[in-house]
Design a protein around this ligand. Structure first.
Ligand code: HEM
Length: 138
């Protein structure tokens, strides 16, 4: 029951976080095409003030709930080494934690990511993480 509850929270939070990245990459990045430089800056900021109040926190919820799920499903490593599920889940968890680490540094310590500053990098990671989350049970 608790697992299902946390799992649902995990899905909602990644939906909010990933959803913003998808919208940003696919649509918001295109508003430049119809607005002047100055208008674009204003329009983007008008959206970003609301984004900053929600999206970084949903990333933190995704990481915290993910850590709980991980602790419940990873299981013991057998003598023959890690199973396919454990390997794929570890890669997915590593990428998710990297995103979380990056987001926390940016939000609370003002440390800008030193690699791939644009949202394309987190967007690609989220797309990959979602894929890994689906194939890990194969
Ligand atoms: C932004 C980062 C993350 C994204 C986009 C993400 C995305 C997802 C998605 C789409 C699922 C599959 C849900 C389903 O099909 O029912 C999932 C499940 C899972 N995630 Fe994450 N996740 C993220 C971060 C993390 C982190 C950091 C961890 C662990 C440290 C984690 C651990 C798990 C586990 C263990 C499951 C399996 C739950 C189950 O099927 O019972 N996730 N995640």
């Amino acid at each position: 029951m608790l697992y299902t509850f946390i799992h649902t929270i995990h899905i909602y939070s990644v939906f909010i976080y990933g959803g913003f990245l998808f919208v940003d990459i696919l649509f918001l990045s295109k508003i430049k095409q119809s607005l002047s430089e100055e208008e674009h800056k204003k329009a983007r900021e008008a959206i970003m003030i609301h984004v900053r109040k929600v999206v970084p926190y949903s990333l933190m919820v995704a990481v915290a709930s993910g850590l709980y799920l991980f602790s419940q499903v990873f299981g013991a490593i057998s003598e023959n080494g890690m199973s396919y599920f454990q390997i794929v889940l570890s890669i997915k968890a590593f990428l998710g934690l990297w995103l979380g680490f990056r987001g926390i540094n940016q939000k609370f310590f003002g440390i800008q990511p030193w690699i791939f500053k644009a949202h394309l990098f987190p967007f690609s990671l989220v797309a990959l993480i979602i894929l890994l989350s689906q194939i890990m049970y194969l």
